[in-house]
Structures are given as structure tokens and as C-alpha cells.
Design a protein around this ligand. Structure first.
Ligand SMILES: CC(C)(COP(=O)(O)OP(=O)(O)OC[C@H]1O[C@@H](n2cnc3c(N)ncnc32)[C@H](O)[C@@H]1OP(=O)(O)O)[C@@H](O)C(=O)NCCC(=O)NCCS
Length: 173
């Protein structure tokens, strides 16, 4: 079992986050998108500039932007939870290094994120997943998320269910 620490993202982590994002995206979406699409997407959303803008957004709007680190200071994942619509928050991103998937680490990260949400008096949050990302869909279902109905999803959140599958979780206090 890998011991982990979860701590706030800082600019000195940007290069390692980019590497993890690339590896995790290629692992997760290799049967869904072509390699060029994935590497372009990662370049656009996880470059140091993009991550700096993300941190500035978190400073303005609030949020829980963290990295997952092993005992020997190796970064093996990251998670961003932040505001979405009014009082509703969203799990924007959770990506682990593929070598560390399926060891209970995602569950620990989610629990830490939910502790933050509870301290912030947030009562529910949502996540949107690619419909073919079975590992993540199974993970969210097993961790207490329930599916948002396709009509409600399109109407309320403006996200077509064919593109992403929405899940919501009520937090118990
Ligand atoms: C989704 C993710 C964060 C979950 O973290 P994790 O550490 O792998 O998950 P855990 O080990 O804590 O829990 C895994 C749960 O999902 C289930 N699961 C189903 N299929 C699985 C698979 N192929 N691999 C791992 N877990 C699987 C397990 O059964 C387990 O539930 P259980 O403990 O009740 O049996 C991680 O797998 C990941 O980074 N995946 C790639 C990136 C991704 O898809 N991110 C989400 C985008 S929306």
C-alpha cells in the first residue's frame, strides 16, 4: 500500500502535473480519442500557462486544487474541485498516474476533497465523465454518486449526455 499525502498545488508542481496528465490521459482515453487529440488537449490544458491561469481562477473563485504525493515526494496524481453553478460544486479533474490506479488512492483523495466541501458548507457536487470511461464510472457509482437523468443534465447543466455522463453526490453531515 502506497502512503500518500495530499497538499495544495503550487507552481513548482506544474511540470510534474503535465507529465502525469499526459500519461493518465493516454492511458484513460487511448481507445476513445486518437493520440494527437489527447496530446494537443493536454498541451492546451496542462501547460504551465494553463495551470497558472487555473491557480489564479482558484484564488478568485475558491476551490480545492491539490496534488497527491508519495512518501518520497513523487507526485502521482492531482485533483481539482471547484465552484460550478451557484451553490453547486464540481469535481473538475481527478487523474492518477496509471501505475497507481486501483489501490484505493482515488478513494482517499475523494474523501479529502469531500472533507473540504463539508468545511465549506457545500452540500452536493457533480462530476461529468466520458460515457466510455468505465473505470471512472464504476468508481463514482461505488463512491456514492448517482446518475443525473439525461434530460435534466441537458436542461440544467447544458452538457449533452452523449458527450459526458453526469453524476451527483449529496454529502452527508
Ligand atoms: C478514477 C480514479 C481517480 C479512481 O481512483 P483509484 O485509486 O483507481 O480508485 P480506488 O482504487 O480508490 O477505487 C476503485 C473502485 O473502482 C472500482 N473499479 C472498477 N473497475 C476498476 C478498474 N479497472 N481499475 C480500478 N478500479 C476499478 C473498484 O472496484 C473500486 O471499488 P471497490 O473498492 O468498492 O471495489 C483513477 O482510476 C484514475 O485516475 N483513472 C484514470 C483517470 C480518470 O479516468 N479520471 C476520471 C476522469 S472523469
Amino acid at each position: 500500500m502506497t502512503n500518500i499525502a495530499i497538499r495544495p498545488l503550487t507552481p513548482s508542481d506544474f511540470h510534474q502535473i503535465y507529465d502525469i496528465a499526459k500519461r493518465s490521459w493516454l492511458f484513460t482515453y487511448k481507445h476513445i480519442f486518437n493520440e494527437k487529440f489527447i496530446t494537443d488537449f493536454v498541451e492546451q490544458h496542462y501547460s504551465p500557462d494553463a495551470l497558472q491561469k487555473h491557480l489564479e481562477w482558484v484564488q478568485r473563485n475558491g476551490g480545492w486544487s491539490t496534488v497527491v504525493e508519495t512518501d518520497d515526494n513523487k507526485i502521482i496524481g492531482f485533483c481539482f474541485i471547484g465552484p460550478f453553478k451557484e451553490a453547486l460544486w464540481r469535481l473538475w479533474r481527478i487523474y492518477l498516474d496509471p501505475d497507481y490506479i486501483g489501490q484505493g488512492i482515488g478513494t482517499q483523495v475523494l474523501k479529502a476533497g469531500e472533507d473540504f466541501l463539508k468545511r465549506s458548507k457545500i452540500f452536493q457536487y457533480v462530476v461529468f465523465v466520458h460515457p466510455k470511461n468505465q473505470i471512472a464510472i464504476e468508481f463514482y457509482k461505488r463512491r456514492g454518486f448517482t446518475p443525473i437523468s439525461p434530460n435534466q443534465q441537458e436542461e440544467i447543466y447544458g452538457i449533452p449526455p452523449a458527450e459526458e455522463k453526469g453524476f451527483i453526490k449529496e454529502l452527508k453531515y
